[in-house]
Structures are given as structure tokens and as C-alpha cells.
Design a protein around this ligand. Structure first.
Ligand SMILES: Nc1ncnc2c1ncn2[C@@H]1O[C@H](COP(=O)(O)OP(=O)(O)OP(=O)(O)O)[C@@H](O)[C@H]1O
Length: 225
């Protein structure tokens, strides 16, 4: 299943934030790099219909984001930079359970799924801890648990390691490597893209390079020189 951008333009206010973006992303791990303000977050937000193209189209899970945003949002997990913004309940387990409860699952099923995901991401011992007392890295893991428990088909991560120290960055990089889903990662953390299948470089709203991490990052370094 692919993410398809067809001649996408996004105009916000007086500014063309994305211009003529055409790409079919079918690889499992895709990265996006580019200068501040080059349009990366906007590109990420197009994938789950949080942003809509001014012209052109975005197709995700075979559906047009303009017409099927609700269905697409159920299939696309979105991890924001700041995990605090995603914590909604007092304890770790309650926070992960929150999104499942809204799906109307039985309590035993919710408890089972929450325990499984917390154990998978190393937070089982913190299940009853106040979520806001976790470290930055643990909060990022918690945010990931709250998304993964919903079993999304695609995961979009907008600068997932920005707030993390080296150890936690590596931990998140390892998690990204092992995720079975298709993952689109926006980042300034170039080592995070090691082993990725494809990396796009954005510059002033256009895709100016698209290839292996080595090719794309080489282009990006020249652009920034
Ligand atoms: N709602 C909006 N109205 C007007 N301009 C906007 C709006 N949202 C974003 N922009 C502008 O669009 C451009 C691209 O923003 P975007 O957040 O996509 O960039 P980015 O590449 O993710 O940047 P960064 O690396 O700094 O996070 C920026 O110049 C930003 O100021």
C-alpha cells in the first residue's frame, strides 16, 4: 500500500509551502529531510488529512485524503515531536487504554492489549506511574504505545528524536527499524535514516532529491553548505 502525492501544491496564506510534489512512496521506511520551513511537516500532515492540498491530490490506503480523511486517520498513526502534547490521561496504562476505549472494546480486551504493548516497548513496569513523570524518552515511547495499540497500517513520525538524548534517540531508531508498518519519518537527525529504503529532500516546498539515504543526504549536505 502506497502514499501517493500527485502534483501537490499547498498554499498557506501568501505562501506556496509545497509546490509540484509528485511521489509514490511504497517503501517500508521513508525519510524526509530539508531546511527549516522547507515544508516537511506540511508534507507529513497531508498523509493523514490534517492538511489538504490546494491543488493536486494525496492518496493514502487507496483513498483520496480530501474525501476519506476519517477513514484514513484510523489507518495512519501520527507521532508528533512533543510527546507531552499527546498525553491525555493521568497514568501510563490509562493513557494507552484511552484510545482503545473509544473503540468500544471490552475491558478485558483493552487491558490485554495495553499490557502487551507496554511490555513490547519496555514500559510494563511503569504502567501505573503518572505519565507526566516519565523522562522525555519514556514519554516518546508512551506516545508510540498509544499509537501502536491501535495497529495503524502506516506510521508518520514528525521529528521523533528532537527532544531525546543520544541513548533514547538510538532506542527510537531501533524501534523504527523493527516496526512492521510502513513508516514516514520527518527528521533533522540524519543517523536515524541509516538503513532507510528511501529519503526525500525538500527545499522551498519542492522535492529536490529522492534516493538512497546516502544519495539524498549527500545532496542535502551540499544544499546546506
Ligand atoms: N498555517 C500556516 N499559515 C501560513 N504559513 C504557514 C502555516 N503553517 C506553516 N506555514 C509556513 O509553511 C512553511 C513550511 O512549514 P513546515 O512546518 O511544513 O516546515 P518544516 O520543513 O517542517 O520546518 P521545520 O524543520 O522548521 O519544522 C513555513 O515557512 C511556515 O512558516
Amino acid at each position: 500500500m502506497a502514499i501517493e502525492f500527485a502534483d501537490v501544491q499547498v498554499r498557506l496564506g501568501q505562501r506556496d509551502v509545497l509546490r509540484g510534489v509528485t511521489a509514490c512512496l511504497a517503501e517500508r521506511r521513508v525519510g524526509v529531510v530539508g531546511a527549516n520551513g522547507s515544508g516537511k511537516s506540511t508534507l507529513a500532515r497531508l498523509v493523514n488529512g490534517l492538511a489538504l492540498p490546494t491543488s493536486g491530490s494525496v492518496t493514502v490506503l487507496g483513498l483520496d485524503t480530501r474525501r476519506h480523511a476519517a477513514r484514513i486517520r484510523r489507518g495512519v498513526g501520527f507521532l508528533f515531536t512533543d510527546p507531552d502534547a499527546q498525553i491525555v490521561m493521568p497514568t501510563v496504562a490509562e493513557d494507552v487504554a484511552f484510545s482503545l476505549r473509544r473503540k468500544g472494546l471490552a475491558r478485558e480486551e483493552v487491558d490485554r492489549r495495553v499490557a502487551e504493548v507496554l511490555s513490547r516497548y519496555g514500559l510494563a513496569d511503569h504502567a501505573d506511574h503518572p505519565a507526566h513523570h516519565l523522562s522525555g524518552g519514556q514519554k516518546q515511547l508512551l506516545a508510540l504505545c498509544s499509537i501502536m495499540v491501535l495497529e495503524p497500517e502506516i506510521l508518520v513520525m514528525d521529528e521523533p528524536t528532537t527532544l531525546l538524548d543520544l541513548r533514547h534517540s538510538r532506542q527510537v531508531a531501533g524501534l523504527v527499524r523493527d516496526l512492521p508498518q510502513q513508516v514516514l519519518v520527518i527528521t533533522h537527525d540524519l543517523p536515524l535514516l541509516d538503513g532507510f529504503d528511501r529519503v526525500l529532500v525538500l527545499d522551498e516546498g519542492r522535492v529536490v532529491a529522492d534516493g538512497t539515504p546516502q544519495e539524498a543526504i549527500g545532496h542535502y549536505r551540499k544544499l546546506m553548505a
